[in-house]
Design a protein around this ligand. Structure first.
Ligand SMILES: [Zn+2]
Length: 372
């Protein structure tokens, strides 16, 4: 289970720190304070090494954050919804709800990250030029941060999806061919080739005697590989759902049940009898929530007789709603952002259907099988 902590909000964007980030923060601080600075700058006190080490680490991660903020702000300006930014072991990631709808938008959104890192490198480089005659620790710090920002820009510019360079590549192919899916496929393929090179290079390094460094490179390759295939699946899902409306996905012949009913009774009298998989929970015409097969399944068999539907349903307060004409992608991201599995489809104040996450998947599966 992954844990993350919210550390604040900038320009309306929530900033999170993933627990894995602590490892990399500790590792970088330790290697800077114990090896890097003592090696290049002998003669400082131990306290000074750690002070500069910690400060450098913090500024490094602020640089990563600024890089991600640059992506997010351009995305927001272009009308995209930015959910949050999370710092984790491999840097940072901005959660942008939708893929851009035009190549030019994607190009701008992707390129601004590396450009921001270059700009930061220039700023720190200038401070270094000024400080190197005056203040040795400040000079050492800014020199390192300038260098790391250049590396950040170069690494992110590698042309493999989902790195920024891969997105730039995709936007160019997309712009040239007009085919979003093919552009994604090419950029993902480039990402996987890149991942493969990293893994092989890492293994060679391990055998050449650089164990930790080699392992780290291979690890980055593995991460790139899984990120590339995950992103591709997401894009594929989005493409498939384009043009599908809430009313095509929802269940309309749902039954209404009361919250006081036991889960066992619901299964016996409704699920098995009517073969339904989504139910509206209401009392005297007041909606209390929705219960889907997914909610029922998690209740252990021996507890089903004593568990009430009310206890397992998704309560009305947690439910988002949809209109019948709304797009499948919008609904999928709404379900994702609320972290709920179902929502009622409402028309003129009336619940006309229930939509579960499993309905979306079932629809996709059906369409894949039929080749639509
Ligand atoms: Zn980036």
């Amino acid at each position: 289970m992954r844990t993350s902590w919210r550390i604040g909000r900038i320009f309306g964007i929530e900033i999170f720190i993933d627990s894995s980030w602590l490892i990399i923060f500790a590792l970088i601080t330790w290697s800077l304070s114990s090896f890097y600075f003592p090696h290049y700058h002998p003669g400082w006190s131990v306290r000074m090494y750690w002070l500069i080490g910690v400060t450098t680490s913090i500024i490094f991660f602020m640089s990563v954050l600024i890089h991600e903020l640059a992506h997010s702000l351009v995305a927001k300006k272009q009308g995209e919804e930015v959910r949050n930014i999370t710092l984790f072991i491999f840097g940072g990631a901005a959660q942008i709800a939708d893929e851009p709808d035009r190549p030019s938008k994607e190009f701008r959104m992707a390129i601004v990250g590396p450009l921001t890192s270059i700009a930061l490198a220039v700023v720190f480089g200038i401070i270094w030029l000024i400080a190197r005659e005056i203040n040795q620790p400040l000079a050492a710090l800014t020199r390192y941060v300038a260098f790391i920002n250049v590396m950040l820009a170069l690494f992110n510019l590698l042309p493999g999806f989902p790195l920024d360079g891969g997105r730039v590549l995709r936007s160019i192919v997309w712009g040239a061919t007009g085919n979003f899916r093919r552009a994604t496929r090419i950029a993902t393929w480039a990402g996987q080739v890149l991942a493969f090179i990293f893994i092989v290079w890492g293994i060679i390094q391990v055998f050449a005697g650089s164990f930790i460094g080699g392992l780290w490179i291979a690890f980055i390759g593995w991460f790139l590989h899984s990120a590339a295939s995950r992103s591709y699946h997401q894009v594929f899902l989005r493409e498939m759902l384009r043009g599908v409306r809430a009313k095509d996905l929802m269940t309309t012949d749902f039954k209404t049940v009361t919250g006081n009913m036991s889960v066992q009774k619901l299964i016996d009298e409704y699920v098995l009898h009517h073969a339904g998989h989504a139910f509206l929970v209401a009392e005297n015409g007041h909606i209390e929530g929705i219960v889907c097969l997914e909610d029922i399944k998690v209740v252990p068999q021996e507890k089903r007789a004593t568990t009430l539907v009310r206890e397992v349903m998704t309560r009305k307060e947690e439910l988002a709603t949809a209109a019948p004409e709304e797009d499948g992608n919008v609904i999928l991201s709404r379900l994702g952002s609320r972290d709920v599995g179902q929502l009622p489809v409402i028309e003129r104040g009336q619940v006309i259907g229930i939509l579960c996450r499993s309905d979306i998947l079932r629809n996709l599966q059906l369409r894949t099988e039929l080749g639509i």
